[in-house]
Design a protein around this ligand. Sequence first.
Ligand SMILES: Cc1cc2nc3c(=O)[nH]c(=O)nc-3n(C[C@H](O)[C@H](O)[C@H](O)COP(=O)(O)OP(=O)(O)OC[C@H]3O[C@@H](n4cnc5c(N)ncnc54)[C@H](O)[C@@H]3O)c2cc1C
Ligand code: SF4
Length: 329
Amino acid sequence: MREFGYQRVFDVPGAVTLGADPEARYLGGGTNLVDLMKSGVERPGLLIDVRELPLDRIVPTEGGGLRIGATATNSDLAAHPEVRRRYPALAQAVLAGASGQLRNMATVGGNLLQRTRCAYFTEPAQPCNKRTPGSGCAAVNGEHRNHAILGASEHCVAVHPSDMGVALTAFDAVVTYETADGPGELPLAEFYLPVGDTPHLETALPSGALITGITLPPAPVAANSRYRKVRERASYAFAIGSIAAALDTRDGVVREVRLAFGAVASRPWRARAAERALTGAPATAESFAAAADAELAAAKALPHNGYKVTLLRNLVVAVLTELTEEAAR
Ligand SMILES: Cc1cc2nc3c(=O)[nH]c(=O)nc-3n(C[C@H](O)[C@H](O)[C@H](O)COP(=O)(O)OP(=O)(O)OC[C@H]3O[C@@H](n4cnc5c(N)ncnc54)[C@H](O)[C@@H]3O)c2cc1C
Ligand code: SF4
């Protein structure tokens, strides 16, 4: 491992001044970054520990939204009463990730910026365009059972591993950040860049930007929401497919629906075609299946991950049916 410096910071201006150094990385819980440093994928010259910054609060906003500080731990986010009441799928998504110990360490900002779990990415001896641009993609003709079916390219078929990000995507979260030049914000829909031929460029964050928080706009529909994650063992495993869904129906008709998929693309995937197909449609299993088909028509499966298309279709039907039945009780 390369020798590195370590600096704890206590205020945002001090953090972003240090963060302007291209060799520096912000350190949240370290649960992803430190692993990548051990394997040699990340080689920072300086770690800027952000956990003492005054950015760990979760505050309800007027009208029913939430402001979530970037250094709030995943555990605190999942346990917060207003998260559980206003955005239950978000609390469920966070609790579906990692383990209790990891969630106690992991931060909200770090979770959004965690890197892919593609085994070729974390093994420096393998070709990987994301780690070493131009070296090739070992997964396309290799092990890709858990790789992307949506929005990928021949240059990279990796998926984003965050559960939290899927729920945040369904609820139109906005990421706020600070740089040495001032503050900025990015809707999560624009935060992750398309893969194209530059899979090493993952987000639209300016260089050296410190994520300061996430704003969730008010969304009454989110009170009737659910996160469902499918994985290869019952706990402590990344998703092979997941869904965050929220539904509002009246007289058997869909008034509003939110849908996002996880583990199918390089970013949490907002299922807008499915949402469009469902709005105003009868809240029935047939409509839910047709909406899933509308979204998944764009899927491009590799030889070993075609099962994800069926998996996601079944998730859409099952979770929306449950939400419909619960709302009717
Ligand atoms: C065994 C294991 C299982 C896991 N299972 C799951 C799972 O099922 N689902 C899931 O979603 N996650 C899972 N995780 C991932 C875990 O949730 C992430 O490692 C964690 O959320 C990252 O948070 P962190 O604060 O530790 O980030 P760090 O490791 O500290 O940082 C990650 C990245 O974010 C950057 N960063 C951190 N904070 C900021 C900031 N404020 N501004 C700008 N950049 C910042 C760092 O520089 C780094 O690039 C698992 C992890 C492990 C080790
Ligand atoms: S899928 Fe992406 S991360 Fe995995 S080997 Fe290919 S380029 Fe690298």
